[in-house]
Structures are given as structure tokens and as C-alpha cells.
Design a protein around this ligand. Structure first.
Ligand code: THG
Length: 287
């Protein structure tokens, strides 16, 4: 299945039969104090620098999250969206639970964005789906609902089904819904990785839709997080995920490697191209 997205110039297709798609996660205030400080001061240079670096390292889409305490996101989100669109042509993924900020952000982008996110809670479905429909966007559906996040993959799959059904009723086709199985840390529950992987397999099999996830959640609280994130990414790709919200500086290499091993990279072209890109970037970096 193909989910088409458009930025101010570029079109990107999330395709579970094709290359894995990378959504750059870094424009997000989580543990980035500098982003909060600069955005609060109305200075978008650092956000634009994060955009540039992520695109250089292979991000296909950029997640934009400006959620921090006290933020006026109904003004800030569209302002950041405009600034990024002016300089970079990639599609955007607007990461906010506030439907007003979301509508403002969507009206500020000329392309077709991905909305991050709706979930199976009644309140979320009612608030987010009409906005997604109005702006002709696509949406990420999180496998949780009013009862929270289940440890049972079958329950998560049934929530995915409910989101797809409600989206269809709102006039949003399955190709415009990307399911997120939700990834919890194996640091607090050693079964958590398997629950997400089984959810991915089942969602892929039952609905055939595109699947994304935040790959770094799996390692919270444990040492050597990058190794765990990489191992999880490869397993998720084999299980049927088509996309991840992640840090391309750290994870594009393992993604290109897995795409090649899963026969999605003819003559290793993309793997080799990325290797050369990273060599060049490292050579030009000020160390
Ligand atoms: N699913 C969906 N959306 C999501 C998530 C998900 N959005 C938010 C989050 N999870 C994914 N985004 C981030 C953004 C930043 C960080 C983690 C996840 C983060 N950044 C590093 C840090 O804090 O140390 C900074 C750079 C780095 O070390 O990589 O932690 O699951 N749909």
C-alpha cells in the first residue's frame, strides 16, 4: 500500500513493498533545551539546522513537534512549518495533540502532510479525524484507546482496526492511515519488544496498511541504547514496518543495511550511496 505525502517540493511515498521511509525526529523539545530556548526567542535557526542535518543523513520526512510547557503552539507550529517549507522541500509530519495547532500547521503547508497522531480514544478520534479530512492529510493511528496501552497484540490490532474504520467513515482511505503499534521499553518489561513486533506482523497481515513507530522507545532506561534500537529496527522491518520516526544521524545506516538484506536495494545502490554521503559529511564536519 502506498501513502503519498508532499512537501513544498518533494513527493515521498511510504510503501510497505518498497524502501523503508525515515521520519526525522529531532525537531522535538524532548531533552533539547536549546530548541525550546531558541523557539521561545522567535529564532528558528537551530530548528532549521536540525532539519538540514537530518535531510543530509537521509530523512525523507521531518517530524515537527513544538510542544513544551507554556507554548503558544497555535502560532508557533505554523510559523516553524512555514520556515522549514521555505528552505526544504520534504514532506512534514505534524506532531501535536492540539487540534487547533494542527489545523493551523496544516493550513501553513502547501503539500500533503502526515498528522502525528490520532489514537483509539473517542475524544481523539472526534477531534483529529475531521481536521485530517479537511486538509486532505494522512494520519498516524496509535494502537491505544480509552483503556490505555494493552500488552496483548490482538487488542492493539483491534484498536488499529477501529481507527481504520472510523477514518473510513470520516472519508479517509486506509492508504492515508499509517498504524503505529506503539513501542514500550524492554527495560521495564522484557516482553515489550515482542508485543510490538507481533502487532506489526498482525496489522500488516490483516489490513495491509503502512506501519510506523518510534524506534528509540524500546531502549529507555538501559545502557547502550543505540544497539538495542538498531536490533529492534531490523526486526521491525522484517516484521512488516514501512517507516520509523527516528534520528537519521544515528540510524539511517542500519536501515539502509536492512533494506539491502531484505532485497529492497538493487545492486546495493542506496546502501553504497549512503556510505559515501556519510564519508563526505564526516570529512566536512568540524571536529
Ligand atoms: N510514535 C509516534 N510519534 C512519536 C513517538 C512514537 N513522537 C515522539 C517520539 N515517539 C519520537 N520522537 C522522539 C524525539 C526525540 C527523542 C526521542 C523520540 C530523543 N532525542 C534524543 C535525546 O533526548 O537524547 C536527542 C538525540 C538522540 O540522542 O537521538 O530522545 O513512538 N507516532
Amino acid at each position: 500500500m502506498e501513502t503519498l505525502l508532499k512537501g513544498s517540493g518533494k513527493t515521498v511515498t511510504i510503501d510497505n513493498e518498497g524502501n523503508f521511509t525515515i521520519i526525522g525526529e529531532s525537531i522535538n523539545p524532548t531533552r533539547r533545551k536549546k530548541l525550546i530556548e531558541t523557539l521561545q526567542a522567535g529564532n528558528f535557526d537551530y530548528a532549521l539546522q536540525l532539519a538540514e542535518t537530518q535531510i543530509a543523513y537521509g530523512a525523507d520526512i521531518l517530524d515537527i513537534n513544538v510542544g513544551f510547557p507554556g507554548v503558544d503552539d497555535e502560532n508557533l507550529l505554523p510559523a516553524v512549518v512555514k520556515a522549514v517549507n521555505e528552505k526544504y522541500d520534504v514532506p512534514l509530519c505534524l506532531d501535536t495533540p492540539n487540534p487547533k495547532a494542527l489545523a493551523a500547521g496544516l493550513s501553513a503547508t502547501p503539500g500533503k502532510a502526515l498528522v502525528n497522531s490520532v489514537n483509539g480514544e473517542e475524544k481523539s478520534l472526534q477531534a483529529i479525524l475531521p481536521v485530517v479530512k479537511e486538509y486532505g492529510a494522512a494520519v498516524i493511528g496509535l494502537c491505544m484507546d480509552d483503556d490505555g496501552i494493552s500488552n496483548d497484540p490482538e487488542v492493539r490490532v483491534s484498536i488499529a482496526g477501529k481507527i481504520l474504520e472510523r477514518a473510513a467513515k470520516s472519508g479517509i482511505a486506509a492508504e492515508n492511515v499509517v498504524i503505529d503499534p506503539l513501542v514500550m521499553s524492554v527495560g521495564s518489561d522484557d516482553n515489550a519488544g515482542m508485543v510490538s513486533l507481533q502487532t506489526i506482523e498482525l496489522v500488516r497481515h490483516e489490513f495491509g496498511v503502512n506501519i510506523t513507530m518510534g524506534a528509540s522507545n524500546v531502549s529507555f532506561g538501559l545502557p547502550d541504547r543505540e544497539i538495542l534500537n538498531q536490533a529492534f529496527l531490523v526486526a521491525a522491518m522484517y516484521a512488516g514496518a514501512s517507516c520509523a520516526i527516528t534520528n537519521p544521524v544515528k540510524f539511517t545506516t542500519i536501515i539502509r543495511a536492512a533494506d539491502l538484506l531484505l532485497a529492497r536495494d538493487e545492486y546495493a545502490g542506496r546502501y553504497i550511496k549512503h556510505y559515501r554521503t556519510v564519508q563526505k559529511l564526516n570529512a566536512s564536519a568540524v571536529n
